[in-house]
Design a protein around this ligand. Structure first.
Ligand code: PLP
Length: 353
């Protein structure tokens, strides 16, 4: 019998969204409802002409474009095939059997999968009222803790904590524990993020971001992170060489340079998110205030959520069940086109609560 190594044989695959019927509108993966920047699309068309060549393995133009916008040195940036690749490589580089990766109760579930891939344990701290609790995280740190993951704003809650609280968490964590601040939805959070990027200079903190949400480039698989040089050098060994295609790099570079487009589609998404949330609250639904491109809708119980899911699917809308997070009474809805949001609200308004 040919066997995988024990931790791989024992683990389950990462649970992807059930997208069902392809004619339905997917509100299940927090993708952008808007097209990417026209400049990005033009850059992609040009880059296709050089598809016979391997891409820049050092992502030089892309790193320069990111550093022109964010308070991060281009040399401290690593780029991944989605921020997922960076999260996985970080965990494999710094945690293994006997080590623990600490996350928050409703933290991004891929972190649990990546910890299992590395043979490390994944533990979580409770999130009272669907909000990350810094004291709770600190109380779960022990001698085995290697990395702490904090997603702000959170997925699937959409809630956020003040960046000042993250700075306090970093100050209170042991210096040999890495803190990873996952800002996949950071562009939707109007807080000043300079204090979070400044933590990278301490040598023990990483900030990750993605082009998949605010930049509307999920299909290109581009993420980036600000890494202290010594940490980045280790992570880099685990990234596949030439990990991001030339077209993806060219499009992400142009998208980063077009902050006007990004800010416009983030603003429109946030406005539609807030009016949709208000409409659902007026209909009697419970939703935490979201600082991301999705809403978490709470139902009376798991059976009510399942009935709502079925009704929404019948109406051609696919939301994401939250059972994996222990939130069986909830569905998560990406902010999609206005017509889909209207259809979602109308369907939910017609159901018994
Ligand atoms: C919190 C969070 N982090 C990271 C990611 C990974 O995004 P990507 O690999 O597309 O950059 C996601 C994707 O949904 C996410 O929700």
């Amino acid at each position: 019998m040919i066997r995988a190594v024990p931790n791989v044989a024992a683990m389950a695959s990462y649970a992807l969204a059930d997208l069902g019927d392809t004619s339905a509108v997917s509100l299940a993966q927090n993708e952008s409802a808007h097209p990417p920047s026209p400049a990005a699309r033009a850059a992609g068309a040009r880059a296709i002409e050089t598809a016979a060549l391997y891409p820049d393995p050092d992502w030089r133009d892309l790193r320069r474009a990111i550093a022109a916008v964010h308070p991060v040195a281009a040399d401290d940036i690593l780029c991944g095939a989605g921020s997922m690749e960076l999260i996985g490589a970080l965990i494999r580089a710094f945690a293994g059997p006997g080590d623990t990766v600490l996350g928050s109760q409703y933290g991004y579930l891929f972190v649990a999968t990546a910890a299992e891939q590395a043979g490390a344990a994944y533990v979580t701290a409770p999130e009272p009222e669907l909000r990350v609790c810094v004291d709770g995280l600190l109380s779960r740190v022990d001698a085995t803790t290697r990395l702490v993951f904090l997603c702000n704003p959170g997925n699937p809650t959409g809630t956020r904590i003040a960046n000042a609280e993250i700075v306090q968490l970093r100050d209170a964590l042991p210096k040999d524990v890495l803190l990873v601040v996952d800002q996949a939805y950071g562009e939707f959070d109007e807080q000043d993020h300079a204090p979070i990027f400044a933590l990278v200079g301490r040598g023990d903190t990483i900030v990750t971001r993605t082009f998949s949400k605010a930049y509307a480039l999920a299909g290109l698989r581009v993420g980036w992170g600000a890494f202290p040089p010594a940490i980045g050098a280790e992570v880099r060994k685990l990234l596949n060489p030439n990990n991001i295609s030339g077209a993806s790099q060219a499009m992400a570079t142009a998208a980063m340079a077009d902050q006007t487009h990004m800010a416009r589609i983030v603003g429109e998404t946030a406005a539609l998110r807030d009016t949709t949330a208000e409409r659902l609250r007026a209909a009697g639904y419970d939703l935490p205030v979201s600082h991301a491109n999705f809403l978490l809708i709470r139902f009376a119980d798991a059976a009510t959520a399942a009935r709502a899911d079925a009704a929404l699917r019948a109406a051609g809308l696919i939301l994401r069940g939250m059972g994996g997070y222990g939130l069986t009474d909830a569905l998560r809805a990406t902010i999609g086109p206005p017509e889909a949001m209207d259809r979602m609200c109308a369907t939910l308004e017609g159901l018994p609560r």
